[in-house]
Design a binder for this molecule. Structure first.
Ligand SMILES: [Cu+2]
Length: 149
């Protein structure tokens, strides 16, 4: 009987510990690479999961500035863009002339690499494209597929 009581105490403690971890840990960030050249991306489709943070690394191996933009996409938290200068001189990315304000946006300078991180919240298909004038029309676009978890 004494052994049984001891066993129950351990069992109850384990249950309490299991229930005690209140914060559900978010799934690990999914890292995807996208290569930009003149004038194209190397992938037409990117697949991600709703509720999972995604980090898109944009490398620019072209001779023009390129970016990664999504006009509208439901997401959790903030969109974090990080532009890394590597090599090439810094081309100031002026968004002021644009009459659009994409929800997700990051530009990669010539020969450089940038990343943008966000957590899509709603399954669906969202168009991504390059906002540099004429690039989307030239085919610099693709589909971000957000799968249901
Ligand atoms: Cu472009």
């Amino acid at each position: 009987m004494k052994r049984l009581a001891g066993f129950l105490v351990i069992l109850i403690s384990l249950i309490l510990v299991a229930c005690g971890s209140a914060e559900p840990t978010p799934p690990p960030t999914l890292s995807l690479s996208l290569l930009a050249t003149d004038i194209a991306y190397d992938q037409e489709q990117l697949e991600v999961m709703a509720g999972q943070p995604v980090k898109i690394m944009l490398s620019n191996e072209g001779a023009l500035e390129h970016d990664f933009s999504i006009m509208e996409i439901p997401h959790l938290g903030e969109v974090m863009a990080e532009e890394m200068e590597e090599g090439a001189e810094h081309g100031v990315h002026d968004m002021s002339e644009m009459d659009m304000d994409p929800e997700v946006h990051v530009a990669a300078p010539i020969g450089g690499r940038s990343s943008v991180e966000f957590t899509p919240s709603t399954p669906g298909e969202y168009e991504f494209f390059c906002t540099t004038a004429g690039h989307k029309e030239a085919g610099m676009k693709g589909t971000l597929v957000v799968q249901a978890p």
